[in-house]
Design a protein around this ligand. Structure first.
Ligand code: GCU
Length: 428
C-alpha cells in the first residue's frame, strides 16, 4: 500500500492518540499471548459498556427467544434454494412480541451451512421476487428535512409515515440470494420495523415494549437485539452452522449489525455497508452526517444523552473505531460507496485504519506500516496518511474494507466482496 506524507487533518494520521479515544485504557506490556487475549476480553467489555452508555443505550437483560415456528417451507430460486419462513416469538419481563424470519439455504447441501443474517427495510416479501411470503404491516416514518446552506446541520420540517407494504421483490437487488446460495451460503433476513418501528414517537408495541419505556435504549439497540434473537432461532435449525453466522446490514441497519456483533460474541463476523454516522464512520471525522444532525432527525435511534455531544464530538468518551475493535478477535468488513458522502467513506475507512493494529495483533493482515505489538494501538513510527483504497478493490483479510463506485445502496458488487470476505474468514 502506498503511504502518503502527512495530512492536514490530524484524524487522518494513523494512530493519533491525542485525537481519538484509545482502544486500551492501559495497554498490557510484557504479557503472554494468553494473558494479552484475556486483557482484551476485559477491555472489549468495557468498550461495549461505554458505547452503550454513550451512543446506543444499554441493552436490557432478561429477555430472549420463546419459540420459533416454521410457517412455510418450499423450493425456491429455480430449485437452487430451500426457502423457509419462521415466526419468532420473543419475550421480556413485560410480555411477548412476534416477527418473521425468512431463510434461504442452498438446496441439497449436506451439513450445516454458514449464513448471512441481516435486517431489511421494507418487509421480507420485498427482499425476494418470488411470491408467497407473509406481508407485515409495520410502518416507518421518514423525516422531511431542511439542510443548512453549505453546512452539516439539518432541521426536521415534517415526518411522513410510510407503509411497509412494499411490493414483492422491490428490494431484491439488495439481497442477491441466488448468488449467495450458489456460493454455499444461506441468507436470513427480518424486517427491522417488525422488530421495532422506525419512528421517533407513536410506535406500535415492538421489542422495546417488552422492557418498558424507561429501559433507556435506542431503536438501533432494539434492532440489534432482534438480530440476536434471530440468531437464537438459527441455532435451532440443524442445517445452519450457528458458529458461522455473519451479521450484515446496510446504512441504519449496518449500524445495527455492528452493534449486534459487538455485544453478541456468537456472531462470527459483521459486515457494514454504508453505515456512516454512528455506524462504521468516526464521529470525530469532519465529513458527512454530523452527530447534531443524526440526533435531531433520528432521536429515537440512540440514548437521549447522545445529543449532548452535538458540536462537542471531541469530548465523546468513545468513537467508532472502538465499535469495530470491540468485535475482535472476530472479523469485520466495512464497505463504502464513492458518492455516498453522507456516510463519509473516508471516516469509515479511518475507523478501519484506527482499529487495524488491534485486529493485526489477532493475526489479521497489516493495513498499517510498522511492527504490530500485541496491545499496542498507537503507531510507533511518525504519523502517516493512508489513502482510501481505489474503488473496486478490497484491502485486508479479517479486517477488510472496500469502496464501491456509486451511490448509497447495497448491490451485487458489494455482496461479491462480502462473499469473498466470508470465504477468507471461514475457510480453514
Ligand atoms: C439517513 C440517515 C443515516 C442512515 C440512512 C439510512 O440518511 O441520516 O444515518 O444511515 O438514513 O439508513 O439509509
Amino acid at each position: 500500500m502506498v503511504i502518503d506524507t502527512l495530512a492536514e487533518d490530524p484524524l487522518d494520521l494513523a494512530y493519533s492518540r491525542s485525537t481519538l479515544p484509545s482502544l486500551w485504557s492501559d495497554a498490557p506490556t510484557g504479557s503472554t499471548a494468553e494473558q494479552w487475549a484475556q486483557a482484551w476480553r476485559r477491555r472489549r467489555t468495557q468498550l461495549v459498556d461505554a458505547l452503550g452508555a454513550t451512543v446506543y443505550g444499554v441493552t436490557p437483560a432478561g429477555g430472549g427467544l420463546r419459540s420459533s415456528t416454521l410457517i412455510s417451507e418450499c423450493a425456491a430460486l429455480g430449485g437452487t434454494a430451500l426457502r423457509r419462513e419462521y415466526e419468532l416469538t420473543v419475550e421480556g419481563p413485560r410480555g411477548t412480541h412476534t416477527f418473521d424470519l425468512l431463510l434461504h439455504l442452498p438446496a441439497g447441501v449436506r451439513g450445516p451451512v454458514p449464513v448471512f443474517l441481516g435486517l431489511n427495510f421494507n418487509g421480507n416479501q420485498a427482499t425476494t421476487s418470488e411470491p408467497g411470503l407473509r406481508v407485515d404491516t409495520a410502518r416507518r416514518s421518514e423525516a422531511v428535512v431542511e439542510h443548512e446552506p453549505g453546512g452539516r446541520g439539518v432541521r426536521v420540517i415534517d415526518r411522513v409515515v410510510l407503509d411497509a407494504n412494499a411490493p414483492i421483490g422491490s428490494d431484491a437487488e439488495m439481497w442477491p440470494a441466488r448468488e449467495i446460495v450458489k456460493r454455499g451460503y444461506g441468507l436470513a433476513t427480518a424486517h427491522n420495523s417488525q422488530i421495532e418501528e422506525d419512528r421517533p414517537f407513536d410506535r406500535a408495541p415492538g421489542v422495546g415494549s417488552l422492557f418498558g419505556d424507561d429501559a433507556g435504549w435506542g431503536v438501533v439497540g432494539m434492532w440489534a437485539w432482534g438480530l440476536s434473537r434471530a440468531l437464537d432461532a438459527l441455532e435451532l435449525a440443524p442445517d445452519v452452522d450457528a458458529h458461522a453466522v455473519i451479521g450484515v446490514g446496510h446504512s441504519r441497519l449496518g449500524k445495527a449489525a455492528l452493534w449486534a456483533a459487538a455485544q453478541d460474541e456468537r456472531f462470527v463476523a459483521a459486515v457494514s455497508n454504508d453505515s456512516g454516522c454512528a455506524g462504521a464512520s468516526l464521529f470525530r471525522h469532519p465529513g458527512g452526517e454530523s452527530l447534531a444532525s443524526i440526533a435531531e432527525v433520528f432521536p429515537h435511534w440512540f440514548i437521549s444523552t447522545l445529543r449532548d455531544y452535538a458540536g462537542r464530538e471531541a469530548e465523546l468518551p468513545v468513537d467508532q473505531h472502538q465499535l469495530l475493535a470491540s468485535i475482535a478477535p472476530r472479523a469485520v468488513h466495512v464497505a463504502s460507496a464513492t458518492e455516498d458522502r453522507w456516510a463519509d467513506p473516508r471516516g469509515e475507512f479511518l475507523a478501519v485504519v484506527h482499529s487495524s493494529r488491534l485486529f493485526q495483533s489477532f493475526g489479521a493482515r497489516a493495513l498499517l506500516p510498522g511492527d504490530a505489538s500485541p496491545g499496542m494501538d498507537v503507531c510507533p513510527s511518525t504519523a502517516v496518511r493512508i489513502p482510501t483504497p481505489d474503488p473496486g478493490t478490497s484491502v485486508g483479510d479479517r479486517l477488510s474494507y472496500h469502496l464501491r463506485a456509486g451511490s448509497h445502496r447495497m448491490v451485487a458488487e458489494d455482496w461479491a466482496h462480502f462473499l469473498d470476505f466470508a470465504d477468507r474468514i471461514l475457510t480453514p
